[in-house]
Each structure stands twice: as structure tokens, then as C-alpha cells.
Design a protein around this ligand. Structure first.
Ligand code: PMP
Length: 427
């Protein structure tokens, strides 16, 4: 079998940058992406047979670990019955019922194929419902790659330092207003500068696309009150946080009610799925009940529903998973903080539930500017040091790490040990 470097070389001839999503390229950290062959539990295995402890978990979906038996079985059984019908199935009904039972404040859900599609569709719906055009998003938050969201975006856009994305027209971009994450006064100013023009605030309730950044106390609640006052919709993009921070996502964790929600990642159990959800009054504006058009040849695809349903069922039936995920994350965070302190290396580690990120800086990381100000050259070295030791971190400081339920104590201890060894190389 060819090694990763050989495969990457072949890939670059036929796939732009050799990857089908820019975040997989090692462009900002340097080197060649690792080509994977298989994965089981908390480990990835590359084409050369090397094993890695996985802290990306497919960028969030694999909360139960890779190749979970329930998920594998559900997908295999469905595969034998056909991979697509283009007609409704009971699986879709079960999925919608389960999601509505797990997530607070929603009556209805529409399945799509990605987080991008979910956010793009929720945006159209929010505009149609409020009859207003502009939206507010936060610098460093990522809501997929629809034109309206590629303004001061996080994730790969931040990693690749693309200040404005060619192909997004200035007219479209001018309808997207931005504020710094956690800056409530800036949001208030945007509403007073654009009276009665703002349809919605889109927010990752816990940002995960500039590293992990929690909302400051009351920030989400303040946004809630402001949206109600201004007759704008509050849209929680729970593509990362949904079913990860709690069964009911960030709404449950923070006790703040959103008007619309978007999902992706975990909801598909590793298959391409997204969804948007909300109260009946808003959701019934969507076609075919209403005239806000949105459709999809493969939406609610049976294989994808089987994987998603199996994953959500495990989470729904064993809520102690969230406690155990948080404990593992705490154990890792405490250990990392301890070795950084011992070695005198300033770091800011943010964590909420099973999301975390480590920035090399002595200052708190509370928004995109503070994430950008960290020593991201040092992060590159850290990334490569750990990769060589069989630990697979996201290849950018602007991405959250995700912990899965099968990560063991010894995986955590090993990660702390290797971090400590790395820090010693800096002395
Ligand atoms: N919203 C958030 C918060 C995300 O993190 C992502 C992807 N990382 C998206 C939307 C887009 O999802 P997808 O990549 O499935 O289109």
C-alpha cells in the first residue's frame, strides 16, 4: 500500500489541495495530511498501520467512538434494504420524534445533508419569517460555507487567513453584520445602527471554530432578551454543541431558549446529515406547507438516518455519558494545565463539556482577536510533536478538540505525558 505522502501526491493532481475539505490539509501546520485506513473506538489507523489517539473524532460526530457496534449494525442492516428510496421512511419519523423529545423548545425538524445546508436553510427561513434581510454573526464563528456566512468566519477560513472570500458578492456580504464574540454592547450598537433590518442573530452558543470559546456569563441570555425586544430570531448553531454538551445541547446547558436551531455532526453518527428545527409556527413556513422552498434528493437518507438514530438512541438512553465525557475532559484539562504550569509555559485552556482547546498565551481567550493573538507558531510544533507520538489533534489552533466516550484514562495520561515532554523541548 502507498504511504500518506505518496497518496497525497496523487491526490493533489485530481483534488484541489489534495483534500475534499480544507480543514484536513496541514496547510497551516505544514507537512502532509495522514491518510486513514480504519478506526475503532478512540483510535485511528493510518495507511501505514500507525495508531493515533483521536482528538478530532471526525470534527465532532464520533462522540461514541469509531465503529460503535450499534451504529455499524444499523448501517449494515439498512444497506441491505437499499441506500436510498427518494420516498419517505419510518426511520425519518422515528428520527424526528427522537430529536424533538431530546431537544428543548422545538416542535418540528427538517433533515438536510450537512451543517452548511442546515444554516443556509435556517437563514432563509429566518428572513422569510421576520421579513427582514440582515443578520448578525460573530467574528470567528463558522456556520458553513454559504455565501452569507463567509464573513469574518472561523475554522478553515481563519486557519488559511482568508480575509474576504472571492465569489461572495459585496451585496451579499453587506447583509451580514459582525460583532466580536462575547461583546454584547457591539450587538446592541448593530441593532441601533440598523433599526428594523435585522432578521436574526446566528451564534455558536459555545464557539468551536476559533478553538473552543465559552460564552461569558449572561451573554446568551442578553442576546435572547435583545432578539425578543427587536423581533429578530435567535438562531443557535448547534452543529457542534448539539447532542454533545447535553442531550438538549447548549439550550439545555445554559437554560436559554433559541428560536431556531441548526444541527449536524453527531446527528448523523458519521454520515452526512444536518437538520434545522424550531417551533411549529416558524417551521410550517417551509415548503410544502409554506412557500419557503428547501429540498434535497438525499435528505433523510435511510443509511444516514440509521446511523444518526443509532447514535442518538445511545445518547438518549445513557445520559450518564455526558457526566463521564465531562470527567474525562476535566482530567485531561487538569493534567495539561498542571504540566504547562510546571514548565512555566503560558497557556489558556478553554473547555465546555467535551470540547476543549489549548492556546499558547498568558491571556484569556474570549474572542477571535484573543485566539489570533496566541503563539500559533508554537501550536504548530506542538501539533507535530504529538502527531509523531501517535496523538491526532486538529491541525489548527482555530479548531476545537472533541473527546469521545471511549477515550481511556491511559490515553489521557499518555497525552499529558507527551505534552509535558514537548514543553521541555521549549526550555
Ligand atoms: N456550523 C458549525 C458550528 C460548524 O462547526 C460547522 C462545521 N464544522 C458547520 C456549521 C458546517 O457544517 P458542515 O461542514 O457539515 O457543512
Amino acid at each position: 500500500m502507498e504511504n500518506s505522502a505518496q497518496l497525497f501526491n496523487r491526490a493533489t493532481h485530481f483534488i484541489p489541495g489534495g483534500v475534499n475539505s480544507p480543514v484536513r490539509a496541514f496547510k497551516s501546520v505544514g507537512g502532509t495530511p495522514i491518510f486513514m485506513e480504519s478506526a475503532k473506538g478512540a483510535y485511528l489507523y493510518d495507511v501505514e498501520g500507525n495508531r493515533y489517539i483521536d482528538y478530532i473524532n471526525s470534527w465532532g460526530p464520533m462522540i461514541l467512538g469509531h465503529a460503535h457496534p450499534d451504529v455499524t449494525q444499523a448501517v449494515s442492516e439498512q444497506g441491505l434494504k437499499s441506500s436510498s428510496f427518494g420516498a419517505p421512511t419510518e426511520l425519518e419519523v422515528k428520527m424526528a420524534e427522537l430529536i424533538v423529545s431530546m431537544v428543548p423548545n422545538i416542535d418540528m425538524v427538517r433533515m438536510v445533508n450537512s451543517g452548511t445546508e442546515a444554516c443556509m436553510s435556517a437563514l432563509r427561513l429566518a428572513r422569510a419569517y421576520t421579513k427582514k434581510n440582515k443578520i448578525i454573526k460573530f467574528e470567528g464563528c463558522y456556520h458553513g460555507h454559504a455565501d452569507s456566512f463567509l464573513v469574518k468566519s472561523g475554522s478553515g477560513v481563519a486557519t488559511l487567513q482568508i480575509q474576504s472570500v472571492p465569489g461572495v458578492t459585496s451585496t451579499t456580504a453587506s447583509d451580514t453584520l459582525t460583532a466580536a464574540f462575547n461583546d454584547f454592547d457591539a450587538v446592541k450598537r448593530l441593532f441601533s445602527d440598523h433599526p428594523n433590518e435585522i432578521a436574526a442573530i446566528f451564534i455558536e452558543p459555545v464557539a468551536g471554530n476559533m478553538g473552543c470559546i465559552p460564552p461569558t456569563k449572561n451573554f446568551l441570555q442578553q442576546l435572547r432578551e435583545l432578539c425578543t425586544k427587536e423581533k429578530a430570531l435567535l438562531v443557535f448553531d448547534e452543529v457542534m454543541t448539539g447532542f454533545r454538551l447535553a442531550k438538549g445541547g447548549a439550550q439545555e446547558l445554559y437554560g436559554v431558549k433559541a428560536d431556531l436551531l441548526t444541527f449536524g455532526k453527531i446527528i448523523g453518527g458519521g454520515l452526512p446529515v444536518g437538520a434545522y428545527a424550531g417551533p411549529r409556527e416558524i417551521m410550517e413556513k417551509i415548503a410544502p406547507v409554506g412557500n419557503v422552498y428547501q429540498a434535497g434528493t438525499l435528505s433523510g437518507n435511510p443509511l444516514a438516518m440509521a446511523a444518526g438514530l443509532a447514535t442518538l438512541t445511545v445518547l438518549n438512553e445513557s445520559p450518564s455519558i455526558y457526566t463521564s465525557l465531562a470527567l474525562k475532559t476535566k482530567q485531561l484539562t487538569n493534567g495539561l494545565e498542571k504540566v504547562c504550569r510546571e514548565q512555566g509555559i503560558p497557556t489558556s485552556i478553554n473547555t465546555v463539556g467535551s470540547m476543549l482547546s489549548l492556546h499558547f498565551t498568558s491571556k484569556p481567550v474570549t474572542d477571535f482577536a484573543s485566539a489570533l493573538a496566541a503563539d500559533n507558531e508554537r501550536f504548530k510544533k506542538y501539533f507535530h510533536y504529538l502527531l509523531k507520538q501517535g496523538i491526532y489533534l486538529p491541525p489548527s489552533p482555530f479548531e476545537s478538540w472533541f473527546i469521545c466516550d471511549v477515550l481511556s484514562d491511559s490515553d489521557i495520561e499518555y497525552t499529558i505525558l507527551k505534552t509535558s515532554e514537548f514543553l521541555k523541548t521549549l526550555a
